[in-house]
Design a protein. Structure first.
Length: 201
């Protein structure tokens, strides 16, 4: 089993209406160690997509966005990257077998999951990923309720505050699209290490 940590940049909050304009991901092994990274801009299909990006995502270069792949091509590149990173050929039968063992993950993950599922539906792309998912926010909320994790006055409201709570440092040398999935991966790894050590002791 592999974990795939995802983050999206979008033009709004409605996955049935707004567009994904950037997808970034970190593929991990079962111990949350990074195997490979991926990021791409995605050309918006909305008429006012570029205007919405400028208002909502000022760090995205609109010149680069104009040359970005369309959603279908971007998602194909995304799946091919996963397959090649795992050492498999990116053909349909191989994807059906091996993507089913890839678990999608993230922080406060349901909106991301919804946007991605709808993007697959709109472009008639078969969905082969594992039916399960792992949400960092839900795990931390559960652990804090069970008193297994102390917030130390912190909040679960942002990945930045969670990273500080877990003594995780963001890699500021990474391109900005990869910073959130990478710090999310580090948080998952920190929780996994803490839980493993405590259950063995």
């Amino acid at each position: 089993m592999n974990y795939l940590i995802l983050d999206l940049e979008v033009t709004g909050d409605d996955p049935g209406w707004h567009d994904i304009v950037a997808l970034s991901a970190v593929l991990c092994d079962e111990n949350w160690q990074s195997i490979s990274e991926f990021s791409t801009l995605i050309y918006p299909s909305e008429d006012d997509g570029f205007k919405l990006v400028a208002e909502r995502n000022p760090r995205i270069d609109l010149t680069e966005l104009k040359d970005a792949p369309l959603p279908f091509d971007a998602l194909e590149q995304f799946e091919n990257w996963i397959m090649k990173s795992l050492g498999y050929r990116p053909d349909p039968l191989e994807k059906e077998e091996h993507l089913s063992k890839v678990v999608l993950c993230g922080y406060n993950f349901m909106p991301t999951y919804s946007f991605l599922r709808i993007a697959y539906l709109e472009d008639n792309i078969n969905w082969h990923f594992s039916p399960g998912m792992v949400d960092l926010y839900s795990i931390l909320h559960f652990l804090s309720k069970k008193k297994q994790l102390s917030k130390n006055g912190g909040s679960l409201g942002s990945i930045k505050s969670i990273a500080a709570m877990l003594d995780v440092q963001a890699d500021t040398e990474k391109p900005f699209l990869l910073r959130k999935p990478q710090v999310t991966r580090s948080c998952f790894a920190a929780i996994n290490k803490k839980w493993t050590v405590e259950t063995k002791s």
